[in-house]
Design a protein around this ligand. Sequence first.
Ligand code: NAP
Length: 275
Amino acid sequence: MRKVRLGKTGEQIPVLGQGTMGIKAGKDKEYYEKWKDSLKKGIELGMTHIDTAELYNRGTSEKVIGEAIKEYDRDDIFITSKLFPKHFGYKSMIKACSKSLERLDIKYLDLYLVHFPSFVFSKIKKHMRVMEQLLNEGKIRYIGVSNYSIDQFKKGQENLKKAEIVANQLHANIVRQKHIHNSLPYYKKEGVILTAYSPLSHRGYTNLKGDLRQKLDHVAKLHNASIQQIALAWLINHENVIAIPKAFQIQHIEANAAAADIDLSEEEIKQFYNK
Ligand SMILES: NC(=O)c1ccc[n+]([C@@H]2O[C@H](COP(=O)([O-])OP(=O)(O)OC[C@H]3O[C@@H](n4cnc5c(N)ncnc54)[C@H](OP(=O)(O)O)[C@@H]3O)[C@@H](O)[C@H]2O)c1
């Protein structure tokens, strides 16, 4: 699995990780065992970055991941979780991180993101203070944000004393290209990773039609790949972009891992631009 540098750190992160928003609550044992098998398959294929959040089915995703990673060396797995900004108080934010760690049954998060920006800049300041404290206490290794505009990102960075924000997790895929065109140039310049969430437009392009479908079919044929693999390859063939597809089915996990090896030409990448 190809890796890229995480921000300006010495850390290398796989270009494709695993999303886990779809892990449902209240299901039977068999369902969770199947999820754990899927996550482990992904890890074995190099997708060692696992993305979760306290928000995902009220901690269910974090719990299932915690069980799935038990048999691995902690250093070999990269866990991202997210602070949901429903916590307004300083103490309740610190507690939210502890709860995530408890559910995951780990001592530290590799990357902790503020899930959504606050629309009042002073809240961003407060979030960053909490993030830096968690970093200094060793509860998290790196600080990131999600769904932040460039202005909000700058405000966040200004409010950190020493640390740097290493990544912004944004909605980006071959259909929704706004952040690739408008935000990526800034993050590239700043050496920040853009993590593309919902890289398969949430539903996996099962009913995609029209011009995009035709282009994807054409390029997929040339690379002996599926359209979903081309859609993922398109994202991660952009410098500073990593992606976190969610896949429950083992054949999807295998296909996604293989997509990391697809090299698209400049021309192939550009033909999909919709701007
Ligand atoms: N920061 C945020 O605000 C935010 C928001 C949304 C999502 N996220 C993160 O991003 C992750 C991914 O986004 P998402 O869950 O919206 O969905 P997604 O990854 O865009 O798409 C998931 C769908 O694609 C299917 N799929 C996966 N690989 C495939 C393949 N190779 N071929 C065909 N179909 C394939 C999956 O099927 P199966 O599951 O049946 O295999 C599932 O139906 C989330 O799980 C979450 O971790 C973050």
